[in-house]
Design a protein around this ligand. Structure first.
Ligand code: ZN
Length: 151
């Protein structure tokens, strides 16, 4: 009873989602990355992008980058990042806006990873904006200028 079992399959036997939600992947970021449903919140998009990083799904990362922030280097930069980094985990440390009825939102996060054998943490204050109704990643507003203090 492994193989493909569809969305109605037994939840408890499935691997947990890489985004750290404690839900199975098919109950969390999976349907977003497979483009079955669209994330309704900026946080959901951010989590699914993290999972896409872990799973090397470059197409999804490229697609969910806001057209304003996407350029011809985007894909190569993503490929470089993905080839160098081993992801350990994600923590969401703050959310501003980004709800089902919002047009923009910010999500503060800490992503732990390994590069060159050393563990590191990447702090980011991601900005998200709707584009044609869908949440897209706009940019990293930076963590230095505005440290949350909550940690
Ligand atoms: Zn997830």
């Amino acid at each position: 009873m492994s193989e493909y079992a569809g969305p109605e399959s037994v939840k408890t036997e499935e691997p947990l989602c890489p985004c750290g939600s404690d839900k199975s992947h098919s109950d969390c970021c999976g349907p977003f990355i497979q483009r079955i449903v669209k994330p309704s919140t900026a946080e959901a998009l951010m989590r699914s992008r993290y999972s896409a990083y872990v799973m090397n799904t470059i197409d999804y990362l490229e697609e969910t980058t806001h057209p304003k922030s996407r350029n011809r280097d985007t894909r190569r930069e993503l490929e470089n990042t993905l080839s160098e980094i081993g992801w350990i985990g994600l923590r969401v440390t703050g959310v501003v806006g980004g709800g089902p009825s919002d047009k923009s939102g910010k999500v503060s996060l800490v992503a732990d990873y390994i590069v060159g054998g050393s563990p590191k943490s990447h702090r980011e204050r991601s900005r998200f904006k709707r584009y044609r109704g869908e949440w897209k990643y706009l940019d990293d507003q930076g963590s230095q200028e505005e440290m949350d203090g909550s940690d």
